[in-house]
Design a protein around this ligand. Structure first.
Ligand code: NAD
Ligand code: WQD
Length: 332
């Protein structure tokens, strides 16, 4: 049995789709604070198999211990968490509580009843701002917002746990910028309220939900002046979790991997890729820089390829085309 916390959410649901298609038994633990119970139906529609579902909060010791005791997962993929950088500045305690406290409560439950293989959703925000690119797993750490610090601390707790108790096997996966949706159009990103990230905002502008996309800054020291990021398709990212899970079957200890394409794309290049994929020229206007944004960062994914045989395959056109197909099906 594989336990997927946050499995009803954007990235977790894509991983569940792969696990179910592989014939694995899956139990999702999710409080549905940022997702809907229909994820279970959608997964069944895609794969023909239905995951088990337990609604509850990973911070609730009784709930999560009950899940571990009942299902005795041999491996846990931990996606449940809060992920909005701006909100983390305004509500730091909520972020430390869920992302750090929730992880510790979950680990305690697994320590008692579950297997000791654990795959953790970390983030490129754990790295210190730098002009040296690409970022490797050895690049200096130093988050610059509370969200990043919560991921840094959860990583630290996991590394200390592996050092103290040799039977734990842990993969820390540092995602760059996940975008896109399941090719079926049934799973995708469903941001509550006003989205912050580029791709959902690009879709809003393409659909006419907003008059135009704000391009935050055209005065960065990049190819065209707009910000550069390492966007990767969510199904490629999902496959990285399967490879990590497989690696932990044979490798002890802690393993850290960047999951990205290794290619930086600018905001203007993403707008152009969106037009090439969908035929829609999303209207945009140049606005001042967004406070806290970095000019450019992208990964070296070489270690993940070397050690896990994982490499992102999908193109920016796939990312934009699939994001738009999901958006049209869900919101128009
Ligand atoms: P998401 O919000 O779509 O999914 C998270 C899921 O966890 C949701 O279904 C939510 O209901 C659930 N959840 C939240 N708090 C919970 C709690 N206390 N108990 C139980 N369930 C809870 O987010 P996502 O984009 O799928 O992100 C998944 C993970 O990946 C998060 O940990 C996030 O920090 C990390 N991550 C995301 C990105 C990104 O850009 N999307 C980048 C790097 C890392
Ligand atoms: C991408 C680029 C913006 C919106 C955040 C988190 C990170 C990770 C992913 C969780 C930047 C520009 C954006 C818009 C724009 N999440 N932009 N107009 O900021 O790289 O990363 O999400 O771990 O931790 O920090 O992603 O999609 O917000 O921005 O011009 O309306 O698009 O300035 O250059 P970001 P993003």
């Amino acid at each position: 049995m594989i336990l997927v916390t946050g499995g009803a959410g954007y990235i977790g649901s894509h991983v569940c789709a792969l696990l179910l298609a592989m014939g694995r038994e899956v139990v999702i633990a999710d409080d549905l604070s940022n997702s809907g119970a229909d994820a279970v139906e959608r997964l069944e529609k895609i794969t023909g198999r239905r995951p088990l579902f337990c609604r509850g909060d990973v911070r609730d010791t009784g709930f999560i211990t009950g899940v571990a005791r009942t299902y005795r997962p041999e491996c846990t993929l931990h996606f449940a968490g809060l992920k909005a950088v701006g909100e983390s500045v305004r509500r730091p305690l909520a972020y430390y509580d869920v992302n750090v406290g929730g992880t510790v409560t979950l680990l305690r439950a697994l320590r008692r009843y579950g297997g000791r293989r654990f795959v953790f959703s970390s983030s490129a925000t754990v790295y210190a701002p730098s002009e040296v690119m690409p970022l490797t797993e050895e690049s200096p750490l130093g988050p610059y917002n509370p969200y990043g610090w919560t991921k840094f601390m959860a990583e630290r707790a996991l590394l200390d746990l592996v050092a103290a108790e040799a039977d734990w096997r842990v993969a820390l996966l540092r995602y760059f910028n996940p975008v896109g949706a399941h090719p079926s159009g049934l799973l995708g990103e469903n941001p509550r309220g006003t989205p912050n990230n580029l791709m959902p905002r690009l879709c809003d502008a393409a659909a006419g939900v907003t008059p135009r996309l704000s391009v935050f800054g055209l005065d960065y020291p990049t190819r065209d002046g707009s910000g550069v990021r390492d966007y990767l398709h969510v199904t490629d990212l999902a496959l990285g979790h399967i490879r990590a899970m497989e690696l932990l079957e044979t490798s002890a200890g802690a393993h850290i991997y960047n999951l990205g394409t290794g290619v930086g794309l600018s905001v203007l290049e993403m707008i152009a890729a969106f037009q090439a994929a969908t035929g829609i020229a999303a209207p945009y206007e140049v606005c001042p820089r967004r406070p806290g944004d970095l000019a450019a960062y992208y990964s070296s994914p070489a270690k993940a390829e070397r050690e896990m045989g994982w490499k992102a395959e999908k193109t920016p056109a796939d990312m934009c085309g699939d994001a738009w197909a999901f958006y049209k099906k869900s919101f128009i």
